[in-house]
Design a protein around this ligand. Sequence first.
Ligand code: NDP
Length: 278
Amino acid sequence: MKHEIVNGLELPKVGFGTWKIGGGASADHRSDKKSLAALLSALELGYTHFDTAEMYAGGHAEELLGQALRDSGIRREGLFITTKVSPEHLDYTSVLAGCEASLGRLGVEYVDLYLIHWPSRLMKLEESFRALNKLVGDGKVRHLGVSNFGLSLLERSRELSETPILTNQVPLSMLDRKYVRNGMLAYCQANAIVLTAYSPFEAGKFRASRVLADVAKRYSATPHQIALAWLCNQPRVITIPMSFDAAHQSENIDAADISLSPQDLAQLGQTPASGTRQ
Ligand code: NDP
C-alpha cells in the first residue's frame, strides 16, 4: 500500500469511510451485524485508517468501530483513527465534551486525527481551536484538521492551530472536481496539507465513462479502481472509500498501488503527478 508522507507521518493512500456504518443520520441497530462484518473484513484486508464522526449514525458508527477494533485484536498503535466534531459543538466546552464522548464510544485513549466536520456560521474559530489545541496538549488528539473548509477558513485555521493542520477533508472524485477548480488542491500541495478525498465514488452514484473503462482495461483493473488510482496518484491526496462488500474493499485497497502513466493521468484529465512520496 502506498502512503502519503507529510511532516514525517505516513498516511495510507486508501482508508475506510464509515458513513452508513450503524445507520444513517441516526442509529439503526438492525444493520449492526452487517456493519461489524464490513469493519472486520476491512481490518483483515489491512485497512489501517478509519474515518468516522460523532454525527455518523448518531455516534453508533464510532461504537461499532470501537467494537470491531477490539474484536480484531489489532494493536492500537498500528491504526490511524479519524473522527470529527459536529458544527453545533464548536464552542470551547462542547469541543472538549464532544471529543471525550467520541473517545468513550470508540473505547480509545486518543484519536489520531480530529476534524471540524463542517464550518458553521455561528462558530468562533478562535474558541474552537483553543479547545482543539488543549486536546492535543492533553494527548487526547494527535493531529488536527478540518473538513469542508474553503481557502480563507483553512488559512485562518492554520493561524489558530498550534500544530500543523494535517488535512482538509473535502469531496473529490472523477466527477466532482470543485476542490481542484477552486484552488484547494494546489494550496494543500504547496503547504504540506493532505487533501482527504471523501465520496470518491460520489456516494454510490459513480458511473464509468468510456475513457475510464478504456484505461481500466489497460491496467486489468476495474473502473472503480482507476477512479481511486486517479486520486492516489496525485501528490498530497488520500481517499476514504466506503464499502460493505469485502470484494469491493479488497479492490479499493489494491487500487492504491496502481501507478498510472502520465499519459493516462492526462487522459483522465489531470496534470501528471510528480510523485507521491516526499
Ligand atoms: P463513496 O463515494 O465511498 O461510495 C460508497 C458507495 O460505493 C457504496 O454504495 C459502495 O457500495 C460503492 N462501492 C465502494 N467500492 C466499490 C467498488 N470497488 N465497486 C463498486 N462499488 C463500490 O461514499 P461515501 O459518501 O460513503 O464516502 C466515503 C467516506 O467519506 C464516508 O464513508 C465518510 O467516512 C466520508 N465522508 C465525509 C464527509 C464529510 O463531510 N467530511 C461527507 C461524506 C463522506 P458497496 O457497499 O456495495 O460496495
